[in-house]
Design a protein around this ligand. Sequence first.
Ligand code: PMP
Length: 420
Amino acid sequence: QYPFDVEAVRDDFPILDRKVGGDPETPGQGEGDDTPLVYLDNAATSHTPDPVVDTIADYYRGYNANVHRGIHQLSQEASVAYEEAHDTVADFVGAAGREEIVFTKNATEAMNLVAYAWGLEELGPGDNVVLTEMEHHSSLVTWQQIGKRTGADVRFVEVTDEGRLDMDHAAALIDDDTEMVSVVHVSNALGTINPIRELADLAHDRDALIFADGAQSVPNRPVDVADLDVDFLAFSSHKMCGPTGIGALYGREALLDSMQPYLYGGDMIRRVSFEDSTWEDLPWKFEAGTPSIAQGIGFAAAIDYLDEIGMDRIESHESLLAEYAHDELSALGGVEIYGPPGDDRGGLVAFNVEGVHAHDLSSILNDYGVAIRAGDHCTQPLHDELGISASARASFYVYNTVSEIDALVEAVGEARDLFA
Ligand code: PMP
């Protein structure tokens, strides 16, 4: 029934076999762990398969060295692998080449890079930046603060009762003074899949740029920057089977070329005198200092891993799980689910159980070994709009199964009954 062999995939993730319930003071298989783990917190971070762990270990064991500068063999090997990792990421999202892929710490840093390097230079009083009410804090807070510093107005496209963007409102907000439209591709709170191409057309018709937050789309579905016609795209490796500490910014080459560096220092310069400096070629101009080498190489290994499964199949798998979870949780009764219908959402479901605070729910689910997230999911203003302070969120990935969703639904039912 699955689009690929999920059991074979699970074999690559030994962490899925561990038990939980012991003392968290002893991380990793602790004393007293006896409950099977059901990991449904993938939108926060995904797990790392053996081939990726092995790639990172091979780097440290076999060719650990600083990149770019060295003439010696190890440095050359590390440089080739690190630089080629940019090609792998570029291919994965349909970028023209490594010039268009800057490695950052995470998606958040990619957004800050553009907000600082482009926004502080280009924005001023009279200009506006258009966001949506469902933005993650990583873009919302960033543009809000850049707006304060530059005098630019920051506007928010409203979300409909069904959890979709009000596109008429978007068309009204994007005007001749709009310089940037920054939109989350798939909402990490509502699961909404936003019409990025349509928004890109609206932005470009007004000579504005569009930035897509791909943190919840690039890991889960095929994403092609040319098809979406976006100017910038941000995403994080740790949500797509890769290590933490690395993410990527895609930017159109001409734009990145025209932007000033965001961080200064070693590795990003070509020539330095006491008076002035010139910059390295793209993308190195934006990668100051020693980069996250092992993480970059691990990121590329994660992409190879996902490519092997196939992004189309991953998208189908997650749709199947999201729809099933949505339907089963709805059928329980006493559960309010946020966002669009089950058959039209990314691989996550945020919800509340009547009379049970999301944190209590998450804590009870933890007793059943079911790992979900509870809180505002870095979307406080959206939660304010929904009239709630927190929600519970289950999010799915390549290794999740229907029976794990059954375990979730059963535990949610028990929690509901406990508080009834
Ligand atoms: N945007 C969205 C939609 C997200 O879900 C997240 C991660 N929760 C981010 C941005 C930020 O990602 P990171 O924390 O890796 O920078």
